[in-house]
Ligand binder design. Structure first.
Ligand code: C5P
Length: 230
């Protein structure tokens, strides 16, 4: 069954732990991203794992191959279960990450899942400097790279998931920009409801504000999980 990942986009670790605690019975996965990781560092990942969660470390790595290799090594050390990298980093960067994760597994550590970001769900046609082609086409080409270079999956909107899965059935699709029916879109643009994203083939749904800013976050998460399962 597809999984819900709740994005803990907070500056303060205590806020993140309080939210995670209230979602303990609703989801197995949480996401630590730029804001929380930059302020609070690896200890948040370790504490969340101690609470029993699987942790997506969403730093969207994008650098020269050697630096990304080191970043993946460090993310493995702190116990990340899923790591994100930008596919625009290209073949040598992605292969360095894949090799590093494989070495980790070869030495007895747990290998995290590696996901390549295609085109951010906050972007719409015209937002990509110097590119006036269609976003789905670009996301598809980047997903071809992800499959060829050994990644476990891609981060894409629900609008691209079906085409990507039909070309690469073994590639997992992780979809942010999820908005329950009737909710606002915030800064996201290529948005979709949980049920529709699952119908399009998404394996993981990343949801932040619709859960964390709800009056009752546990109830909001429960409703999404119910929608995913139905
Ligand atoms: O609050 P909201 O549901 O829009 O949060 C979505 C989360 O997913 C954010 O933490 C954002 O960083 C992340 N994300 C995204 N688009 C991507 C990759 C990750 O929105 N392509």
């Amino acid at each position: 069954m597809p999984e819900l990942i709740v994005a803990l986009d907070y500056t303060d670790a205590l806020d993140a732990f309080t939210m995670a605690g209230s979602l303990r019975h609703e989801t197995r996965w949480v996401k630590v991203g730029l804001e929380l990781f930059t302020r609070e560092g690896p200890r948040v990942v370790q504490t969340l794992k101690g609470m029993g969660f699987k942790v997506m470390v969403d730093l969207k790595m994008f650098d020269i191959p050697n630096t990304v290799r080191g970043g993946v090594r460090a993310a493995c050390w702190i116990g990340a279960d899923l790591i994100t990298l930008h596919l625009l980093g290209g073949e040598r960067m992605i292969r360095a990450a894949v090799e590093e994760a494989a070495e980790r597994a070869a030495t007895g550590g747990e290998r995290p899942l590696l996901f390549g970001v295609t085109v951010l769900t906050s972007m719409e046609p015209g937002d990509l400097p110097g590119y006036d082609g269609d976003i789905a086409g670009l996301a598809g080409e980047l997903a071809d790279g992800a499959a060829a270079w050994g990644l476990d999956g891609v981060v894409c909107s629900g609008f691209e998931a079906r085409a990507i899965k039909s070309r690469h059935p073994n590639l997992l699709c992780l979809t942010p920009g999820i908005r329950p029916a009737g909710g606002g879109s915030d800064d996201q643009r290529r948005i979709m409801t949980p049920a529709k994203a699952v119908a399009e083939g998404s394996d993981f749904l990343v949801v932040g504000r619709p859960v964390t800013r709800a009056d009752d976050p546990a109830a909001a998460a429960r409703a999404i999980v119910r929608e995913i399962a139905s």
